[in-house]
Design a binder for this molecule. Structure first.
Ligand SMILES: *Cc1c(COP(=O)(O)O)cnc(C)c1O
Length: 377
């Protein structure tokens, strides 16, 4: 492809830090670089505790264990999301309850949450789509009224904010992804953010295979043993060293993504005015991170035509998600509440466009022209 969908950006310090970790000789998890990353996240995000994981998927699985999800417990989430949002809870026997999304932000429709709550509901999982925040005040108030946990799937939300509060710091728990398709990367990687400190101790146990090894290393106990269910959720030091190079540049990387996003947004303005497509909506209370740029086309036929056209010109544009409620596993393990008309309609009409740090102005212009040409406007 002449214009790929994504180009992972490297700051230039990654290998230097990896070689420092190598020289230091601590290669397993929870070494000096992991601790630096934890501290950075705790200070920047303002969470009570951060734990690096080997993926956001892993962080969501930890959250499901912390939430003490038991067979039959229900978890309310959008159907329009990545598989891991639901799978993490299904692994514990939980039942994802899929509800519809908002037509403007493609985030969970907060006005449909309360009617989906039953005596089995344990948690609400808002997914901050494209790094634009869900309506967290409303979601928090509903959760408080019904005694539910809020677990933010902030895989796409690092460096974004809702009313000046960093995403991932608002619910009881939050999960980040550092997958190479996200804004801050370590290849595969993630973090669990704990905002309710009563989870701190158990989270460390779950992270370290269900043992109190972290306490042992701090000299707080004289031997460590199996305490709870858990797994090996921590990344090795080489990954943490790589991530450290990215965290140091997190502000710059985000600003540079935003430049590309703004460029697309400006160039698509006239096509939106002409009524041939819709651009992303960012509510006033949200500061976003330019995780992705997408457009919404009138129907599936137009979407297929535009995608084929762009790909023929060497421009890698894609779509997602197959709504989870219509997937084989979603049908088997989840249930739907209400109609999912917005989900079904938007998932047929969305096109995600190439975006990476340092994407040249001319390339953005070329993508916009190709879309304009395909739509014959
Ligand atoms: C990327 C993503 C995940 C999974 O992240 P990994 O780090 O690849 O496990 C989960 N949820 C959402 C919404 C995502 O975009």
């Amino acid at each position: 492809m002449r214009i790929p969908f994504n180009k992972p950006y490297m700051t230039g310090k990654e290998l230097e830090y990896i070689s420092q970790a190598h020289a230091y000789g601590h290669l397993s998890g929870n070494g000096p670089f992991t601790k630096k990353c934890h501290l950075w996240l705790e200070e920047r995000i303002g969470c009570k505790k951060a734990l690096l994981t080997h993926s956001c998927t892993a962080a969501l699985e930890m959250a499901a264990i912390l939430a003490d999800i038991q067979p039959g417990d229900e978890v309310i989430m959008p159907s329009y999301t990545f598989v891991s949002t639901a799978n993490a809870f299904v692994l514990r026997g939980g039942v994802p309850v899929f509800i519809d999304i908002r037509i403007d932000t493609l985030n969970i429709d907060e006005t449909k949450i309360e009617e989906a709550i039953t005596s089995k509901t344990k948690a609400i999982v808002p997914v901050h789509y494209a790094g634009v925040a869900c309506e967290m005040d409303t979601i928090g108030a509903i959760a408080a009224r019904h005694g539910l946990l809020v677990i933010e799937d902030a895989a796409q939300g690092m460096m974004s904010a809702y009313k000046d509060r960093p995403l991932g710091s608002i619910g009881h728990l939050g999960a980040y992804s550092f997958h190479e398709t996200k804004g801050i990367i370590s290849g595969e990687g993630g973090a669990l953010l704990i905002n309710d400190s009563h989870f701190n101790e158990l989270a460390e146990v779950i992270w370290e295979k269900g043992t109190n090894r972290s306490k042992f290393f701090r000299g707080e106990v004289d031997k460590y043993t199996w305490q709870h269910i858990g797994s090996s959720y921590l990344p090795g030091e080489l990954i943490s060293a790589f991530l450290w190079a990215q965290l140091e540049e997190a502000d710059t990387l985000t600003l540079r993504r935003l430049e590309v996003w703004e460029n697309y947004h400006k160039q698509f303005e006239s096509m939106e005015k002409a009524g041939v497509l819709k651009r992303p909506v960012v509510p006033d209370e949200c500061r976003h991170n330019a995780h992705m740029y997408y457009i919404i086309l009138p129907d599936l036929k137009t979407r297929t035509y535009v995608l084929d056209n762009l790909n023929d010109r060497g421009i890698k544009a894609i779509f997602h998600y197959i709504p989870l409620h219509s997937s084989p596993a979603g049908k088997k393990y989840g249930r739907v509440h209400g109609n999912l008309n917005v989900t079904l309609s938007l998932s047929d009409r969305i096109v995600r466009l190439p975006l990476w740090v340092g994407m040249e102005h001319e390339k953005v212009t070329e993508v916009v022209s190709a879309v304009s040409h395909a739509l014959s406007v």
